[in-house]
Design a protein. Structure first.
Length: 201
């Protein structure tokens, strides 16, 4: 059974985990929030700080969700901001997935939907759900064009981990409006996955 924590954070440079005799809790609470919530290491010696690895080329990192099967198999997803190759445009935002093996956090490559002509990449992973070590789902959105309309908006993004790599999974296209934003994924079983979010209108 996985342990799930959905907690958007900004400029996160470390994770904190807390263990007791019956379970392992994973949190994406940054250190400042931990102190504000009364979880300072001096007050709770069971908290352990884990530093993130350097993310090559990243100007900014945001971790949005955590899930895992054990203290040696933990995933974090979010996005990273990198310098765009399009002159005069905003920086690209790209999918980010990190894995913890009990000792070290490592960035794991993910598919990156391309930018659209003069538009920079806007790829986000907002949530992750774990069935098992070889069956993991991550969801979010990317900037896409609605076929036939040429409208640029947020489209559904679904990624799947099969134990060796992340791959993109086809998702319905939003026909009109600004698109959709997916906030969470709930995994009830190997063939029972639910996505939650809202229409941007």
């Amino acid at each position: 059974m996985s342990s799930h924590c959905h907690a958007p954070t900004r400029n996160l440079h470390s994770f904190m985990t807390m263990t007791d005799t019956t379970r392992t809790l994973f949190t994406a609470i940054p250190l400042v929030a931990a102190f504000l919530l009364g979880f300072a290491p001096a007050q709770t010696p069971n908290w352990v700080v884990h530093s993130l690895p350097p993310i090559p080329g990243a100007l900014h990192v945001e971790i949005t969700d955590l899930d895992g099967t054990s203290s040696t198999d933990l995933w974090a997803v979010g996005w990273k901001e990198v310098q765009t190759t399009i002159p005069g445009n905003f920086n690209d935002r790209q999918n980010l997935a990190l894995h913890f093996d009990g000792t070290t956090w490592t960035e794991v490559p993910t598919p990156q939907p391309p930018g659209l002509g003069s538009f920079a990449q806007r790829n986000y992973l907002n949530a992750i759900g774990v069935v098992g070590p070889n069956d993991i789902w991550a969801v979010g959105q990317f900037r896409g064009v609605t076929p036939g309309l040429g409208f640029v908006g947020d489209q559904i993004q679904i990624l799947h981990w099969n134990g060796s790599q992340w791959s993109a999974v086809s998702a319905p296209l939003v026909p009109n409006g600004a698109g959709v934003w997916l906030d969470d994924v709930v995994v009830a079983g190997p063939n029972d996955v639910w996505l939650f979010g809202y229409d941007l209108g």
